[in-house]
Design a protein around this ligand. Sequence first.
Ligand code: NAD
Length: 449
Amino acid sequence: MIDISEGVVPAVEDLNPFHIAQQQFDLAVRYMPDASAGLVEFLRRPDRTLTVEFPIETEDGVVHNFVGYRVLHSRVRGPGKGGIRFHPQVTADEVRALASWMSWKCAVADIPFGGAKGGVVCNPKELTTQDLRRITRRYISELGDSIGPHTDVPAPDVNTTAQTMAWIYDTYQMMHPGQNNLPVVTGKPVDMGGSHGRREATARGCLFATQRLLERGGVPGLDLVGGSSVVVQGFGNAGSIAAQLFAEAGAKIIAVSDSRGAIAASEGLDPDAVIAHKEITGSVVGFPGSVPMSNEELLAMPCDILIPAALENQIRLDNVGTISAKMIAEAANGPTTPAADRYLNERGVPVLPDILANSGGVTVSYFEWVQNIENEQWEEDEVNSKLHHKMRRATDAVIDAQARINDSLEELAALSGDASLRPIGLRTAAYVLAIGRVAKVAVQRGIWP
Ligand code: NAD
């Protein structure tokens, strides 16, 4: 075991997201003595990684070449499902990690999808709307029939929006006229087949999971979101709406950040006003009455609930010792490294893991897909109440799995011959639950042919 509490910091942490996803998977499998080795190896790797390279003539008349990926991790439980990210630091391994997290997330949420993810290496801050439209259309046409309403269904992620999803639908519709193509992509504008509540779903699901964890007594010294102090890292779709919804539930948002910096206000920030400020200035920084700080200082702020809602690897071995939150709710994917996670678990800081905490997004994407197939549109209340039910059930299943495993450690150690098994946190419990659900269906279906 790494004793980082004594200040013994090991050499450099491996921050490759796919290596991290595999470490998380491997740790969970140690608590699954019945899992067969061949099946484990099959579920550990993605089924397919597509790389596409294509040119775009940008608005200034220059031809630029872009690289895009689409990874399908697993279709055991249903079509691939996962967002598309536009970011300069996208790599094949990042997309592989995100795709595998989608498989486990869909299984934890108990929705009939596998895991997939896409990404294009580009910097949206340096591109115009027309450039982004061309990149989206060309990327989707290059992917061709590897996506489809019943094979692999994209959605929004970092730097992609409902507008991007509208272009994806339109491109796919041009390629496949004469059929109902609405379910090919989720997170669309509500006017063209999007679901009410999808825009808020990731953050709302995160709130519901947090509320359920607190109701179940999962965080020592914290019973309610109402009256709690909350810090949010990242102020896009997931983060800004989490700030709004947690504030609506009675929490005080004491600090928020985006890629340009962080702001704090001990008496609490008004998320609506910060969103309005960001719309005008492009950043939360400079919000009147707030104190500027660095992202590192933001993560270290004493608070009840810390919500990372930006990118991967934000809470690492080198800064985890500064975390002063009572709990962490991962709205982002992969914000905590395995070593940091182990440290938090040993210190008794519960972490609602990404594959549970942000599963509200894909859950309402699933609702959108169902509505599209049935040519229906549900009311927002119906969507939110179904989401509440799903999040509560998923959170209960993870908490129960954790208790079940930690109560039977001796038995598991005897069965697996691994005497080093230690009590697990919510992340490993969520993985055991998810891998078990996917493995069960894989066995029921049988290995083809
Ligand atoms: P977004 O593009 O809407 O917002 C990202 C935000 O993070 C922006 O405010 C950006 O400025 C900020 N940011 C980037 N780097 C940062 C840094 N170093 N420090 C602080 N802030 C930083 O993206 P999003 O859709 O909100 O996604 C955020 C996270 O949530 C990602 O990990 C994504 O995979 C995850 N997620 C999103 C959804 C969804 O439905 N959008 C669903 C599940 C998970």
